[in-house]
Design a protein around this ligand. Structure first.
Ligand SMILES: [Mn+2]
Length: 332
């Protein structure tokens, strides 16, 4: 297996979901000791590792994508694919002949709304966006370093193991992208679990409505609880479960769907889950770095020096620039 370690750097700065907050990102990079050299943010000894979701929602998506892509291409950073990068790529990619799909992600009102800010901010720059889309194809779905792991939403060892067996790498290609549009296919399940996390259905076909008016039939589940028993043991999303459901037992199907991340595994970093408050570890080997930058939250980093057990004191964050507001309504 090939590790993602950089031969030129001694440490890593893991960085949470940026979502077009480029001014905030530049402040965070400066805070972490990065400086612009020939227009590219670099650190002499450290490499940045982005957990994905650079695009959508925020006011400076075009700039943020340029900042991060320049860093990646210069070797100053790595980036795993977030669900928003995948969605954008699938939204822009036509279905193969015979697929019956105009685009891999259909241009429904809801899907259009999720990429609205990105498309608006690239208006008049169609070639640049197409060029970014080609580049997004090269992003890894997961990164395994010698001492830690990075994925956007969920480290699912079964799917990652199978992906490695099939492809001997961590990146997709256009065939995989096409397959990912087929519900229930291996590619579809892989993208879904790794980039969106584990969703469990609400029992008895129930629904719940989030603060922003989205009606859900599923709730997002934590995948690291050792002996989960009730729905409440695994709930991990911005909105709590309806009180009558919280104590409900998980079904055998639910339990089968949740891959467990055990405390002996290497430290794992991800984004995606809209945390709030002061950045804190989830477990001594698990850190989520998404603190809702675009909702006037924080852009959060973790300074990793290959420690076996993560330390609260290694979080670094900046409050979002008041000039970088929340613009979109749809979550996830
Ligand atoms: Mn996100």
């Amino acid at each position: 297996m090939e590790y993602a370690d950089s031969v030129c750097h001694q440490g890593y700065d893991l960085i949470g979901d940026v979502h077009g907050c480029n001014n905030t990102l530049c402040r965070l990079l400066a805070e972490l000791g990065y400086r612009q050299v020939d227009g590219i943010w670099r650190h002499p000894d450290r490499q940045a590792v982005f957990v994905g979701d650079i695009v959508d929602r925020g006011p400076r998506i075009r700039e943020a994508l340029r900042t991060v892509r320049d860093m990646v291409e210069a070797g100053a950073a790595q980036l795993v694919m977030g669900n928003h990068e995948y969605n954008l790529l699938a939204f822009l990619t036509p279905g193969a002949e015979g697929s019956g799909l105009e685009y891999l992600r259909s241009h429904t009102e809801r899907n259009c709304r999720l990429v609205r800010e990105t498309l608006e901010q690239f208006a008049g720059h169609a070639d640049e966006l197409a060029d970014h889309a080609r580049w997004l194809m090269s992003l890894p779905l997961f990164l395994e370093f010698r001492r830690f792991r990075v994925v956007h939403a969920c480290w699912d060892p079964r799917l990652i193991g199978e992906f490695r067996r099939r492809y001997q790498r961590n990146t997709i290609d256009s065939e995989f992208l096409q397959e990912s549009a087929v519900y229930g296919s291996f590619a579809n399940r892989t993208v879904d679990h790794l980039l969106r996390g584990i969703d469990l259905p609400l029992p008895d076909g129930m629904t719940m409505t989030s603060k922003d008016g989205l009606v859900r039939r599923f709730f997002r589940a934590a995948f690291w609880q050792q002996y989960p028993d009730t729905l409440n043991d695994v709930v991990f999303q911005p909105d709590p479960l309806p009180p009558e459901l919280a104590g409900r037992k998980l079904s055998p199907d639910d339990l089968e769907r949740i891959p467990y991340y055990d405390p002996d595994q290497p430290p794992l970093f991800f984004g995606h889950y809209w945390r709030s408050g002061t950045p804190a570890l989830i477990r001594p080997n698990i850190a989520c770095l998404d603190y809702s930058a675009v909702k006037y939250g924080k852009l959060v980093a973790y300074r990793m020096s290959n420690e076996r057990w993560l330390k609260h004191s290694h979080f670094v964050w900046v409050d979002v620039d008041p000039d970088e507001p929340f613009t979109a309504s749809a979550a996830f």
